[in-house]
Design a protein around this ligand. Structure first.
Ligand code: ADP
Ligand code: MG
Length: 238
């Protein structure tokens, strides 16, 4: 089953087209990595799926439902950004609970979800701290926790590890892979980092200048790149 279907999706800013009629089917339960150089349209594509950016043409469906006119808050997805976007004046606990409190969810259910997310991300000790008292890796865990508590049907990640130092990035890659294995939720993960793409994805879509060059498993892209761009970008010997 398809979790997300993009059909002929286009985006223009002030008459300049930056996404050129993308077709892409993301399967339910897969970890799809959208990879490509800076400026190729990855964030734009993700933001259109999230409903944070209007699409200029085409259709986006989440599951069976066409969401072109559905606001972001009603798309049943969670997005994690590079910049964490935590509320600085709130404790970690409040940061995690905030979106749920807004939904008027019963208190015991909020507490259950916060405790569960804290356990998965190993931030149980940090719940009473403020964001400024956290390291970069801890902040990113909280940002991921905030996405998890909503129990969405889809996770969107926009370069969530690119602010972390190299060692932590490798560690968080493993943690995200574990999270994916544990939750089994569909994930779309944007990065410009080929190593991240090759190690984390069940499938990779390679983007260049607003077009998808190739979609396939890491094995397929590495061994059978369709063109020189894909080969060079993926680091294939061919
Ligand atoms: P990526 O995430 O792959 O680095 P983006 O999706 O951010 O790329 O950007 C794709 C293209 O669209 C770039 O040329 C960028 O300059 C342009 N762009 C992105 N957002 C806007 C905007 N709000 N207004 C005008 N141009 C934009
Ligand atoms: Mg981007």
């Amino acid at each position: 089953m398809a979790a997300v279907t993009l059909s002929e999706v286009r985006k223009s800013y002030g008459g300049l087209e930056v996404v050129h009629g993308i077709d892409l089917e993301v399967k339910s339960g897969e970890f799809l990595v959208l990879v490509g150089p800076s400026g190729c349209g990855k964030s734009t594509l993700l933001r259109m799926i999230a409903g944070l950016e209007e699409i200029t043409d085409g259709t986006i469906a989440i599951g069976e439902r066409i969401v072109n006119d559905v606001p972001a808050s009603q798309r049943n997805l969670s997005m994690v950004f590079q910049s964490y976007a935590l509320y600085p004046h709130m404790s970690v606990r409040k940061n995690l609970a905030f979106g749920l409190t807004n939904l008027r969810m019963p208190r015991p259910e909020i507490e259950r979800r916060v405790a569960e997310a804290a356990k998965i991300l190993q931030i149980g000790e940090l719940l009473e701290r403020k964001p400024r008292q956290l390291s970069g890796g801890q902040k990113q865990r909280v940002a991921i926790g905030r996405a998890i508590v909503r129990e969405p049907q889809l996770f969107l990640f926009d370069e969530p590890l690119s602010n972390l130092d190299a060692e932590l990035r490798v560690q968080m890659r493993v943690e995200l892979a574990n999270l994916y294995n544990r939750l089994g939720t569909t994930m779309i993960y944007v990065t410009h980092d080929q190593v991240e793409a090759m190690t984390m994805a069940t499938r990779i879509a390679v983007l260049s200048k607003g077009n998808i060059e190739q979609v396939g498993t890491p094995y397929e892209l590495y061994n059978f790149p369709r063109n020189r761009f894909v080969a060079t970008f993926i680091g294939s010997p061919k």
